[in-house]
Design a protein around this ligand. Sequence first.
Ligand code: PLP
Length: 395
Amino acid sequence: MTISALMPVYPRCDVRPVKGDHCHLIDEDGTRYLDFASGIAVNLLGHSHPALIGAIQRQAETLMHVSNLYGSPQGEELAQMLVDKTFADTVFFTNSGAEAVECAIKTARAYHQSAGNTDKFEIITFTNAFHGRTMATISASNQKKMHTGFMPLLAGFKYAEFDDLESAKALMGPNTAGFLVEPIQGEGGIRPASAEFMQGLRQLCDENDLMLVLDEVQCGVARTGKLYAYEHYGIEPDIMATAKGIGGGFPLGACLATEKAARGMVFGTHGSTYGGNPLAMAAGKAVMDTVANDEFLAKVRELGDRLRSRLEQFIGNYPELFELVRGEGLMLGLKMKVESRPFFVHLRDNHQLLTVAAGDNTLRVLPPLVIGDAEIDEFMDKLSAGAASYESPEG
Ligand SMILES: *Cc1c(COP(=O)(O)O)cnc(C)c1O
């Protein structure tokens, strides 16, 4: 037998964390890493936040799981919090981002098809998008590397150019059900859509009775300094997927929708055994209690501005390595002039700094939202030392 016990789909590295401590990870042999990856935008509150630990402990002792056939006081409470703080009127809880996007796609199709428009099924998505790894969500992305070996794709997706309204318009037709877009592409390289683009999509949806579906799995939940990134654009979606940060590390996602958009999601149309279980609800509520308030969000914006200006100053010292800084709040990307992956490995292995590689030669900087000046200083020290000691394999 040569296959590993863990199905070998990830190129796992030698960092083997066994403990978390606020914004640091400690691995098997005791090495401490500064974690500016946050489990890919998941650990909003860092690794040992007392409110999150306490909420999970208390709920685990009380009631861990029941079927969705029973009433859910825990689910009602978290759903109401999300309804109160967002565009949405109704929430379906999932266990992951891909499932939240799946529910969003189904909701958009059902909006039309439940009203008799059975030919409306096509969702227009955008180049370099990432929506997850299920069959529907890989079909929603134009990235070939996720398709190979898994053909045929699910029908009903068309890919327009990201941030290009004309390209989106050109793909519209009698089968169009709506658009699915990340306001700030994560995996694609921390690429924010422009306000004109997002407002243009909203207008196309309004004029043609289409669903604007946002994938805020990575950019949502206070990451950008607003509870959800759509708030930066002065628009509201019809349907939105959220996950990653919302459980703070506990697996949790959700599909949010307006009452109108959810008109097809009636009894028996959708479900999940684990979705919305009391333990997940306790985690989500602890995260929302901490981050969904003006004071916390203002702090994220302030920290984001500080980190960004430090980064902008810093890249001036290495014009041969770095091109620009982009992103919003604490969702930042360093676009490099050389391949970003070897630099990301160098920071990890030689400077104990964890970031995330992304498309478009971009290094993702996604710290826990609870960093302070000490962590920003430590990050800049490690990054500076990493840049100074870096010998690019490209020469
Ligand atoms: C991570 C991610 C997903 C998929 O989430 P999973 O929890 O891995 O299924 C979907 N969309 C975006 C934008 C993501 O960043």
